[in-house]
Design a protein around this ligand. Structure first.
Ligand code: KIV
Ligand code: ZN
Length: 387
């Protein structure tokens, strides 16, 4: 694989599903997995097989339909979890066990109630056991961004020695900021002796709204896998949004000279499917997939976009699977957009008729928040009828 290729690991079906209220049934998971695979996602984390029989069956069903994407399942550092996970992912031609253990002082003391040396031993044993069952093992240092550096280096080295091919450093609680997180990744690249035997991965939560920025900063420091979700779904404030990551790389190759295998034209479709299945409405001003992401209401912007789209658009609507920019008709719209709308609706009016309709449209827009095509049709037809 070329050195600037970034692996996209989608965890919509696992971490995304951990959003309270976002659970998905087996058929829904299979449908989403198929869209993700068509999109060119490299790894699909399909669930947490030990969590329930339903989750096990869903992961297995996704594994059965997968063709190219690697299907991963999550497992804690126990034999039972790892065996159940191996069984669930095995039907996929390419499959992975993703096992994890907390490494931060806080998690080791309160959550695991385990001494660091015991944690290190468990890292070795769990990864080695997973490797005895499958070839492709990923190990995650849960709460990695709050882990003491020397200890993190020892854990990462041990996991690689035990056979992990991917090492993931999650910012589990979304606490990191970009420079700090990039420095952590760079520290691992510089200090762990066997680091070149594994792919470094990042998994950022969005508690401070920095998940995408942290992920991109980490890639600059040497990470080559990003874990993310469609629409940024995920625990609490969510995970890094896949659509933002891939479009940032596509739009700014000058500063982000990396690429993914994602066909970005599938983004809108995937976003709408995940939103429909989970019932999580995408906020209108959400980057890339919000309904206003390619909408222009102000007259100045509408006029600019009609003359040359790049005046107010840094990416084309087509690049994310939309057909065209949306000029929203409202009280800020100008004559240029209004005329364009009339043309779209099939009207060829003379200058006086356009002016008359435009003034009445402005009047209506002051009274009515949303102006639909039907309102404009009514407005023009009323004038034609009146004359
Ligand atoms: O946020 C996290 O630390 C996780 C791990 C299980 C990878 O989701
Ligand atoms: Zn997570």
């Amino acid at each position: 694989m070329d050195k600037n290729r970034v692996i996209i690991f989608d965890t919509t079906l696992r971490d995304g599903e951990q959003s309270p209220g976002a659970s998905m049934n087996l058929e829904e998971k299979v449908k989403i997995a198929q869209v993700l695979e068509e999109m060119g996602v490299d790894v699909i984390e399909a669930g947490f097989p030990i969590a329930s029989n339903g989750d096990f069956e869903a992961v297995q069903a996704v594994a059965r339909v997968a063709k190219n994407a690697t299907i991963a399942g999550l497992a804690r550092a126990t034999k039972g979890d790892i065996e159940r996970c191996a069984e669930a992912v095995r039907p996929a031609p390419n499959h992975r066990i993703h096992t994890f253990l907390s490494t931060s002082p806080l998690h080791m003391k309160y959550k695991l109630q385990m001494e660091p040396e015991k944690v290190l031993e468990k890292v070795r044993d769990s990864v080695a056991y997973a490797r005895s069952l499958v070839d492709d093992v990923e190990w995650s240092a849960e709460d990695g961004s709050r882990t003491e550096h020397d200890f993190l280096c020892r854990c990462v080295e041990a996991a690689i020695d035990a056979g992990a091919r991917t090492i993931n450093i999650p910012d589990t609680v979304g606490y990191a900021v970009p420079d700090e997180y990039a420095a952590l990744i760079a520290m691992l690249v510089n200090r762990v002796p066997n680091i070149d035997k594994a792919i470094l991965s990042v998994h950022c939560h969005n508690d401070l709204g920095l998940a995408v920025a942290n992920s991109l900063a980490a890639v600059g420091a040497g990470a080559r896998q990003i874990e993310c979700t469609v629409n940024g779904l995920g625990e609490r404030a969510g995970n890094a949004a896949m659509e933002e990551i891939v479009m940032a790389m596509r739009t700014r190759p000058d500063l982000l000279p990396y690429h993914t295998g994602v066909k970005t034209e599938h983004i809108t479709r995937a976003s709408r499917l995940v939103s429909a299945v989970t019932g999580f409405v995408v906020q209108p001003n959400k980057a890339i997939v919000g309904k206003n992401a390619f909408a222009h209401e102000s007259g100045i912007h509408q006029d600019g976009v009609l003359k040359c789209a790049q005046t107010y658009e840094i990416m084309t609507p087509e690049s994310v699977g939309l057909t065209r920019s949306n000029l929203v008709m409202g009280k800020h719209s100008g004559r240029a957009a209004f005329k364009d709308k009339l043309r779209q609706l099939g009207y060829e009016l003379g200058d006086n008729a356009v002016e008359d309709a435009f003034l009445r449209f402005k009047d209506l827009a002051d009274r009515k928040k949303d102006i639909f095509d039907e309102d404009i049709v009514a407005l023009v037809d009323e004038a034609v009828y009146r004359d």
